[in-house]
Design a protein around this ligand. Sequence first.
Ligand code: PEP
Ligand code: MG
Length: 598
Amino acid sequence: MFSVAGLATSRGFVAGPAFIYRAESLPPLPEREVSPEETAAEIARFDAARETARRQVEALIAQLKTDGSGREIDVFTNHLELFNDVLLVDAVERAIRDGHVNAEVAVRKAIGEFRDVFGRMKDAYLRERARDLDDIERRILRVLMAQDEPALSGISSPVIIVADDLTPSETVMLPRSCVLGFATDRGSTTSHVALLARALGIPAVVGLGDITSRVQTGDIVLLDGTNGNVTVNPDRSTLEDFENLVRRSHELYSMMAEDQPRACGLKDGTPIRVQANVQPGVPLCCLATFGAQGIGLYRSEYLWLGGDREPTEDEQAAAYSDAARVVSALGDDARVTFRVLDLGGDKLMRGRQSREVNPFLGCRSIRWLLDNRNVFHTQLRAILRASAVGPSAVMYPMIATVEELRAANGELRLAMESLKAEGVPYDASIPHGCMIEVPAAALAADQLAREADFFSIGTNDLVQYALAADRGNERVAYLYQPSHPAIVRLVDMTVKAARAAGIPVAVCGESAADPVLGALWVGLGVTSLSMGAGGIPVLKQVLRSLSSADVGELADKIRALCDSETASGIYDACKNFLLQKVPRMSELQSLRASGRAT
Ligand code: PEP
Ligand code: MG
């Protein structure tokens, strides 16, 4: 038995036999000299293979349109363009003509050079694009050499795929019903396999180094996608413990997902809305699967992060309308809250690097939008167009001052006027709210509440900014404390200001998915929690076991502790309180991370 740590990219626990997939199943390339008289015929052979490969990708796209996700379709649409890329085609033809080599050798040489350039790029996203070129190369070579598709489609029983990394073509060829999980040598959180795993709710650990050389097909693998661990050939007691965990997680999940009505509330009927955080690329069917009562946070910036260019107004309106349509089908006053572009900090567009010395405190989010009003205007128009399709709301990120909120509201009015002038329908009473994720906003929440229809507290950034601890930096992770007395006070203050103004408050940061903190936020007066959809059943279960009096008592207890206790003291006090009140609380809490959707 041995264990390897990697990057946790898709949550969940799964045990099963390994299937080692080695990508390079092509035989050695044939090599021959091509005389000047043969050049034209060899180039024609390359062109024909390129065309066949291109048609294969077109067929794949057609198939994905019926059963795949939009994200994968985008990947292959990019491939279609690569097949016709003038530089690439020219490089191969030149290698045949000037290097006197056959098409197979020319393809390997020319595409290999392009791949090397991408592979050396600093930007992780662009580096990943080298895998697209791998895919194109292998596809053309397979046609030239009359080889079959790789063996992945032949998998017929459930396995954990252990591979170096997988190209987009390989990932879509997988028989999904047989894939229990992924463990790969390479890869990052933006690799294709990571995106696919998250979209399908399959646990995955990537960046495991040399796992393919240490595991054999048939070895038993315990995959912990929540903590980023892989254990191979476990001893009996490790296997039993893990299997218990998997079993309990499945039982609890199916029990909670199936038995619960969509509506959520406390034991005495006080309604609490439990919603999902989504982004373009996450299948919207997860809302119904996990019982979401709407989308509390639609991270629109992912439309920008995934592409080479800004999405047009029509493209945005189409994506937002999809979400509005799905939400309106949920009924129960469900709504989608579109957060406007939250670029900057660690969220940069493909290939862009921040030139700011301190981008997290720089021109990001609403600041950037107010500096790029045309982009803001277009996005607001697209959101408003979606509001005619289904119940929607607009939310501004990173608001620090009331002037920013006023300016954003002014832009919303302008966008409405422009649509009105064109006779385009929209919801004229669309709620507009702001995120509370900068400490200054929490401290001045009374001012902001007069000009907003709702607040949504982004604890991910609120903790980062209040404790001055970079949320992505492992070295200061110990300071990342959502139960710090300062955070509890900031949330408390925000809710009090909102209540005085008569507007509702949600929490949409990761802490909402932790039942211990979720219950505390509700006790402090938050009426909606929004999280990765997989966390919803656990939260509903916990809330349903508590009365308004219970959560009120919890909040009073914790407020009193804020004078003297540390973050861990507060957390433990909360947890101990809930252990008394909520049946199976410890089990629920330990399993919360096994939610399938992130
Ligand atoms: C937050 O900051 O809590 C939040 C929900 O926004 P994001 O994680 O997208 O920054
Ligand atoms: Mg944030």
